[in-house]
Design a protein around this ligand. Structure first.
Ligand SMILES: Cc1cc2nc3c(=O)[nH]c(=O)nc-3n(C[C@H](O)[C@H](O)[C@H](O)COP(=O)(O)O)c2cc1C
Length: 183
């Protein structure tokens, strides 16, 4: 049974698709504009739900947890997502306000990772986010529980895979207000 599973998994293609051209010698000075350009490229290429991402947190014991969420906003304040404070992720973020986000866009063979501290947005932003959801999505949600958070990034990595294994990787790291990009 496991040999069958292994064979099946080996038969699956990985890093299939075609990566767009990307000049790593001509990078913006900060990661937000590059992220927005990649997100828009994914949207225009027809990637299904390119705003879906994995949010990773740790629980009170330091054990990782992860789930899929949708991205709500991105700007120089950070990457925004929303959910209930009473959820597992809400409790985990209360105890350990740090997170990582992971995006994977196929067939562009592109992935982005974001790490940083998590801060809750001002109450009125959370309420506005809830009000912007469909009536069905608002059903049964306690407005006081609904929270918009932002990952304030300290590191943002852009990775573009290639079938010939000549992958490209650029990592932006932050020192105060300054970003350094390394490829
Ligand atoms: C595509 C997709 C988008 C989702 N978007 C959200 C979201 O924006 N907010 C949210 O709280 N849960 C969202 N979920 C549900 C979460 O994956 C998760 O099940 C839920 O938030 C509970 O997670 P927790 O128990 O770790 O807190 C989404 C699930 C999928 C598959």
């Amino acid at each position: 049974m496991t040999e069958e599973t292994r064979a099946m998994l080996r038969s699956l293609p990985s890093l299939s698709g075609t990566a767009p051209s990307w000049d790593v010698d001509d990078l913006p000075g900060e990661p937000v504009s590059l992220f927005l350009a990649w997100l828009d490229g994914a949207r225009r290429a027809g990637v299904a739900e390119p705003h879906a991402m994995t949010l990773s947190t740790v629980d009170e014991s330091g054990v990782p947890d992860a789930r899929v969420l949708v991205l709500k906003d991105v700007d120089d304040r950070g990457w925004a997502f929303a959910g209930t404070r009473s959820s597992a992720k809400g409790r985990q973020l209360e105890a350990a306000p740090h997170a990582a986000l992971t995006f994977w866009w196929q067939p562009l063979v592109r992935s982005v990772r974001v790490r940083g501290r998590v801060v809750a947005a001002p109450r009125e932003e959370s309420v506005a986010d809830l009000r912007a959801r469909s009536a069905t999505a608002q059903l049964g949600v306690d407005p006081d529980d609904w929270t918009l958070w932002r990952v304030v990034p300290t590191r943002v990595e852009f990775w573009q895979g290639s079938a010939d294994r000549r992958h490209l990787r650029v990592a932006y790291t932050r020192d105060g207000d300054d970003w350094t990009a390394q490829s």
